[in-house]
Design a protein around this ligand. Sequence first.
Ligand SMILES: CC(C)(COP(=O)(O)OP(=O)(O)OC[C@H]1O[C@@H](n2cnc3c(N)ncnc32)[C@H](O)[C@@H]1OP(=O)(O)O)[C@@H](O)C(=O)NCCC(=O)NCCS
Length: 191
Amino acid sequence: MSLDVSLANWFTRFTYRQRAVTCAVEPVCISPMTPADWPAVRAIYEEGVATGNSTFETSAPEWPAWDAAHRPDCRLVARQDGRVVGWTALTPISSRLAYAGVAEDSIYVAAAARGRGVGRTLLMALVGASEAAGIWTLQAGIFPENAASLALHRACGFQVVGRRRHISCHQGVWRDFMLLERRSALVGLNG
Ligand SMILES: CC(C)(COP(=O)(O)OP(=O)(O)OC[C@H]1O[C@@H](n2cnc3c(N)ncnc32)[C@H](O)[C@@H]1OP(=O)(O)O)[C@@H](O)C(=O)NCCC(=O)NCCS
């Protein structure tokens, strides 16, 4: 994929490819998230929070806070039969120019849709969208107990950087976090 392709064109091509390979099973359509998707996105986020192994957050925020915290580009939803069944988005890791191409992903799939490839489709779409947006490193912080997220990120080219011991207290328990990253082979190659 050349990086001068507009994001809109890229989404069109990506969705077309996904339809082509998944139509016979369960079509998963990836598209940019809009504010109208927020109620479904928030409900899926709440399901993730309820697992106790997805995030240090204990509840989903309201739209203004979520909107302010995430990059406006690279917000994607997955739809099946027209319903939002998953979402992913990026948070900048720093306001420093040196880290302008580094962002942390969030990815959540509705409980009823997990284990069927939605997460992998979403994360690979995010990788492509992030590269089109000039991001060279994606990182993820994942509880070691979250086997599904660890497997998902590894399957999409992330590698474990290390284990952060007792990095924060979550509901009265000091928890470890695995730090994973995926360095792009397309973006950020020249000084
Ligand atoms: C983590 C999550 C996004 C994965 O999405 P998903 O749609 O269930 O994942 P997929 O079906 O696409 O599976 C992706 C890979 O992970 C593996 N995997 C999925 N669930 C797994 C599990 N419970 N244990 C081990 N591996 C698992 C799959 O085998 C697959 O690997 P493969 O493609 O090499 O076969 C989803 O489980 C979820 O939303 N969990 C709650 C929220 C959360 O924890 N988000 C991540 C925060 S860091």
